[in-house]
Design a protein around this ligand. Structure first.
Ligand code: SF4
Ligand code: SF4
Length: 302
């Protein structure tokens, strides 16, 4: 926190409370009116996105049980307590200190400006779900909107493994909330078509040929064919195995070629396994964890 404040040209004074610290101290007691006015002005100037705002956080989720910043307390429900996923989720949840640093780097929060579409709130939603609170379509929607980019992990001072937690959370929500039929079909179609290059590559090629005749929304999703880059040709003693992926070779083939060329310049030869396929991300992020494991096994065999 001190480093971040310093980088922003400011200063943070941090009090570290001992165990004998008076827990009833009025840390968050409202300020006198003139001071509060000044405080609001400063906050508006330094935190216009209102990232560090408890008032936006707690009305939705209930009042905090303790006034002091502390690691998350958990009490998992019976359905998941003692299971491998439950134990893992529990230890991940306990790392969170609600600081909200992650919120600032979350693209969905930046875009939607809703705390529930930021990592800190998603963590709370998953905590409540794992503690047995009712799970709704709204919970599912907020988890669906997460891109699983794991940008939040890169800013978390506690080393919170959000990516792993959301995998567990999505699995639980899929078991508890049934999606509407159209959405189930959409998910199944994406999970079957995208990782299957035998179907997906010709579909993209066809789409590129008729691109100009497609509705605007669909056209925007089909990339214009790229002029292929010359491949890397160097032979080096140092080699690196790279996963070519499933969708990328069809949609943006130059990305893999350019990567191989960069490594070539660095004296590393890129090799790919021809039988390798999808990395598993598509199916995992859609909640098909068992299918995703099949993708992993296939890549190990390849
Ligand atoms: S993984 Fe999800 S919550 Fe984390 S930064 Fe990306 S979109 Fe936000
Ligand atoms: S940055 Fe880490 S510790 Fe802070 S709220 Fe986000 S997940 Fe929790």
């Amino acid at each position: 926190m001190r480093i971040s404040a310093k980088q922003a040209g400011g200063h943070a004074t941090i009090f570290r409370a001992g165990s004998a610290y008076d827990r009833n101290a009025g840390v968050f007691t409202p300020l006198p009116a003139p001071l509060m006015k000044m405080h609001r002005g400063l906050k508006e100037a330094f935190d216009p996105a209102r990232i560090f705002n408890r008032a936006r956080l707690y009305p939705v989720l209930g009042a905090p049980t303790n006034r002091h910043i502390q690691a998350m307390q958990t009490n998992l429900a019976e359905f998941i307590r003692g299971t491998a996923d439950g134990d893992e989720a529990d230890s991940i949840l306990r790392k969170c200190v609600h600081c909200g640093f992650c919120t600032a780097t979350c693209p969905t929060y930046q875009l939607l400006d809703d705390e529930l579409d930021g990592p800190r709130e998603r963590i709370y939603l998953m905590k409540q779900m794992l503690e047995g609170a009712p799970v709704t379509r709204s919970t599912q929607t907020h988890l669906d909107r997460c891109l699983t980019c794991r940008n939040c992990e890169s800013t978390c001072p506690s080393g919170m493994q959000y990516g792993r937690l959301v995998e567990i959370g999505r699995k639980v929500v899929e078991d508890k909330v049934e999606r509407p039929m159209t959405q189930r079909l959409q998910c199944r179609l994406l999970a079957s078509l995208l990782p299957n290059s035998t179907l997906f590559t010709p579909a993209i090629k066809l789409g590129q040929q008729v691109r100009g005749f497609l509705p605007r929304k669909l056209r925007a999703k089909i990339p214009v064919p790229e002029k292929p880059l010359a491949p890397a040709t160097g032979k080096h003693a140092r080699k690196m195995l790279m996963l070519a992926g499933c969708v990328q070779p069809a949609m943006m083939p130059n990305v893999n070629t350019a990567t191989a060329r960069v490594f070539d310049v660095l004296g590393i030869e890129i090799v790919t396994a021809p039988d390798a396929g999808c990395c598993d991300a598509i199916r995992l992020h859609l909640g098909y964890n068992d299918d995703a494991l099949d993708d992993v096994r296939n890549n190990i065999d390849a």
